[in-house]
Ligand binder design. Structure first.
Ligand code: TSX
Ligand code: MN
Length: 610
C-alpha cells in the first residue's frame, strides 16, 4: 500500500478533502485490503480516457468502431457474473423483523466480522479507487452523497455515466455532511507476478446492506447492481430506509412528462415488475397522430424515483441517476428509438454480440448479421442455436443523450407528480387501464401488482408472481412497514396524485395480445392525463374506474373495434375471485406487519365482487 505523502486535508491528486473521517476510512480500507495503490477519482474526461485505455489494454474492454460508436466499449463478463444475485443479498438490520420475511437477514455484527475477513487482502495487486458520488441533482435537498471504494476500473467508468461523480461531489462533501460508505471488492487479489483475467470476480458473492448504519459492503461480483453500488444498493435499499425515517419515498419507478396540445404538462411515475418494458414506456414517442396534435413526451428517469411532498403541497420527484443501465435484447429503433439514440456514443455495452465491423448486435435489434462474436467470445452464426447476446446484457448510456430528456430533469426541486401508475404482465383478469378509488385503494393496487409467470390457459388465471410496487428485491426494510409508510404519506401530501393500474399484455381467447402496445400506449396515458385534469368521465366497476368507449381515444387504431375494447376492459367475476385467492399468499407471508387498511381494502374488494 502507498503511504500518502500529501497532508491529511488533500487527496492523492490534490483535490481538497473537507471530511475528517473519509481519509481515515480510505487508509484503513487500503490497509485491510492490501491494495497496491490508492487513486482518488476526479470524474474528469482525462480520467475516463486513461481508465478506458487501461481496460482495453487488460482485455476487459474492446473499443468499438469509432465511426459507428464513438468513445464506446464492449465488455464481456465472466459467465458466472451476469446478473444481480438476490439469494446473496442481505439486509443486516439490528432486529430480524425489520428486514422482514421477503429479505435475507443476518446479524449485523456477525456479518461485519465475516465481511472484514473476506476483504482482508482482497485487493492485493490491485488499485483501490475512491469514487465520491452523488445520487440526485448535485444541489437537490434530497441528494445523497456516497463514497464507493472499489478495485474495479469498470465500476469507476460505469459510475461516471450513472451518477454525478468525482471532484464536484467531494467539493460538496463538507465536514457537516455525512456520506454513505460503500465498500466493493471483486474478491480477486493478484499475487506478485500473477496474470490478471479479463473479468475478475469471485464465485462467492455477498451484497450486504446495513440500513441503520447506512452502509453497503459488496464482495465477489463486478456486474450491474451488485457492483455499481449507487443504484440498487444506495438509491433503493438504503434510500428506502432513510426515506421511511425522513418522510419520503425511494421507489423503483420511471418518471416522465406529458405535454398535451393545450400546453399543460403532466408528470407521472410508474412501477412495473421486470419484463414489462419500463424503459420503453419511459422513452415513449407519441404516435404520429398525437404528435401532429401537439403532444410531447419527455423523460426524467427510467428506473428510480425519489418522491417527497414538495413546498407546493404536491408530490415531487427526482431521478437520483444520470444514466441508463438498460437491458439490450429487444431494444431497437422500432421498440425504443430514444434509447437507441442515447447509446449512440459514450456508451459501455456488456455481454452483447460484436459484429465483424466493430459494432454491437443483440436479439431483437435487427436482422441478424451473417457472422459475429457472441457474448462469450465465440463465433456465432444465425443458425447456430445459441444466443448472440446474454438475455441480461446491458447498455450503460448517459441519460442526457436521450433526445427527449426533460428540461427539468436535473431541477433540484424535482418535478410535480400528478399520477402514479402500477402494472404487470397479465394475460387475463386485468383490464388495459383502471383507476383506483382513492390513495389507500391505490396503495392496495401497488401492493398486489405482479406478473403472470406461466402462459395461462386462456380464460384462467395462471400463477401470479407478486412484486409489490416492483420493490420486492429492493426494499431495505420490512415490506409490511413499507406499505404502512406508503399509506402514511397520504397525510403529508396536499394534492394527492391519482393512482392507476395498466396491463399492456392482456390476451384474447386465441392467445393473441389484445392491445398493440408500444407507442399506442400514449392513448392510455392520454386518458390518465384527462382523468387527472377532471376532463373525462370514468365508469365505476367493482375494481375501480375504467374508461368507457367514448372517453377513450381509439381513432386511427386499425381493427380496434368496440368489441375489442370491451374485451380488453372486461371485468370477469370468476377471474377476480381467483385473483383474490391468489393474493392470499402475499398477505399471509406479510401477515404480522401488513397494515389493517390493506386487509380492509381486500375485504372491500371481496364485498364488491360477490
Ligand atoms: O415494452 C413493451 N411495451 C411498452 C412500450 C412502451 N413491450 C415489450 C415487452 C417488454 C419487455 C411490449 N410487448 C408491449 C408494450 O406495450 N406490448 C407488448 C406485447 C406485444 C408484442 C408485439 C406486438 C403487440 C403487442 N406486435 C404486434 O402485434 C405486431
Ligand atoms: Mn430496475
Amino acid at each position: 500500500m502507498t503511504s500518502l505523502a500529501s497532508p491529511i486535508n488533500h487527496t492523492s491528486n490534490s483535490m481538497t478533502l473537507q471530511h475528517p473521517q473519509l481519509k481515515a476510512w480510505v487508509d484503513q480500507t487500503a490497509a485491510l485490503t492490501g491494495a497496491a495503490e490508492v487513486v482518488w477519482c476526479t470524474g474528469s474526461d482525462a480520467e475516463w480516457n486513461s481508465l478506458t485505455s487501461l481496460l482495453v489494454e487488460r482485455g476487459t474492454f474492446i473499443r468499438l468502431n469509432p465511426e459507428k460508436h464513438p468513445n464506446s466499449f464492449l465488455a464481456r463478463s465472466h459467465e458466472s457474473d451476469t446478473a444481480r444475485v438476490e439469494d446473496r443479498t442481505f439486509i443486516c438490520s439490528l432486529r430480524e423483523v425489520d428486514a422482514g420475511p421477503t429479505n435475507n437477514w443476518r446479524n449485523p455484527s456477525d456479518m461485519r466480522d465475516m465481511m472484514t475477513e473476506k476483504f482482508r487482502g482482497s485487493m492485493q495487486g490491485r488499485t483501490l479507487y475512491v469514487v465520491p458520488f452523488c445520487m440526485g441533482p448535485l444541489d437537490s435537498p434530497l441528494a445523497l452523497i456516497g463514497v464507493q471504494l472499489t478495485d474495479s476500473p469498470y465500476v469507476v467508468v460505469s459510475m461516471k455515466i450513472m451518477c454525478h461523480m468525482g471532484e464536484k461531489v467531494l467539493q460538496r462533501l463538507t465536514a457537516d455532511r455525512s456520506y454513505i460508505p460503500c465498500l466493493h471488492s471483486l474478491g480477486a487479489p493478484l499475487k506478485p507476478g500473477q496474470a490478471d483475467v479479463a473479468w475478475p470476480c469471485n464465485d462467492e458473492k455477498y451484497i450486504v446492506h446495513f440500513p441503520e448504519a447506512r452502509e453497503v459492503w459488496s464482495y465477489g461480483s463486478g456486474y450491474g447492481g451488485n457492483a455499481l453500488l449507487g443504484k440498487k444498493c444506495v438509491a433503493l435499499r438504503i434510500a428506502s430506509s432513510i426515506a421511511r425515517d425522513e418522510g419520503w419515498l425511494a421507489e423503483h419507478m420511471l418518471i416522465m412528462g406529458l405535454e398535451s396540445p393545450d400546453g399543460t404538462k403532466t408528470y407521472l411515475t410508474a412501477a412495473f415488475p421486470s419484463a414489462c418494458g419500463k424503459t420503453n414506456l419511459a422513452m415513449i414517442v407519441p404516435p404520429d397522430q398525437y404528435r401532429e396534435q401537439g403532444w410531447k413526451t419527455t423523460l426524467v428517469g427510467d428506473d428510480i424515483a425519489w418522491l417527497w411532498p414538495g413546498k407546493s403541497g404536491r408530490l415531487h420527484a427526482i431521478n437520483p441517476e444520470t444514466g441508463f443501465f438498460g437491458v439490450a435484447p429487444g431494444t431497437s429503433w422500432q421498440s425504443n428509438s430514444g434509447a437507441m439514440e442515447a447509446m449512440s456514443a459514450n456508451t459501455i455495452f456488456t455481454n452483447v454480440g460484436l459484429t465483424d465491423d466493430g459494432c454491437v448486435w443483440w436479439e431483437g435489434l435487427s436482422d441478424p448479421p451473417a457472422h459475429l462474436i457472441d457474448w462469450k467470445g465465440k463465433d456465432w452464426t444465425p443458425g447456430c442455436g445459441r444466443l448472440a447476446a446474454h438475455p441480461n446484457s446491458r447498455f450503460t448510456a448517459p441519460a442526457g443523450q436521450c433526445p427527449n430528456i426533460d428540461p427539468n430533469w436535473q431541477d433540484p426541486e424535482g418535478v410535480p407528480i400528478d399520477a402514479i401508475v402500477f402494472g404487470g404482465r397479465r394475460p387475463s383478469t386485468m383490464p388495459l387501464i383502471y383507476q383506483s378509488f382513492d390513495w389507500t385503494h391505490g396503495v392496495f393496487l401497488g401492493a398486489t401488482q405482479g406478473s403472470e409467470t406461466t402462459a395461462a390457459a386462456t380464460g384462467t388465471v395462471g400463477t401470479v408472481r407478486r412484486d409489490p410496487m416492483a420493490m420486492l428485491p429492493f426494499c431495505g426494510y420490512n415490506m409490511g412497514d413499507y406499505f404502512g409508510h406508503w399509506l402514511d404519506m397520504r397525510k403529508q401530501i396536499r394534492r394527492l396524485p391519482r393512482i392507476f393500474h395498466v396491463n399492456w399484455f392482456r390476451k384474447d381467447t386465441e392467445g393473441k395480445f389484445l392491445w398493440p402496445g408500444f407507442r399506442e400506449n400514449l392513448r392510455v396515458l392520454d386518458w390518465i392525463v384527462k382523468r387527472c385534469q377532471g376532463r373525462v368521465a370514468g365508469y365505476e366497476t367493482p375494481i375501480g374506474w375504467t374508461p368507457d368507449w367514448k372517453g377513450f381515444n381509439t381513432e386511427g387504431l386499425e381493427g380496434f373495434t368496440r368489441e375489442r375494447f370491451d374485451a380488453i376492459m372486461l371485468f370477469r367475476q370468476e377471474d377476480w375471485l381467483a385473483e383474490l385467492t391468489s393474493q392470499t399468499d402475499l398477505f399471509l407471508k406479510l401477515y404480522h406487519t401488513m397494515p389493517k387498511e390493506l386487509m380492509c381494502q381486500r375485504e372491500l374488494l371481496m364485498a364488491r365482487l360477490v
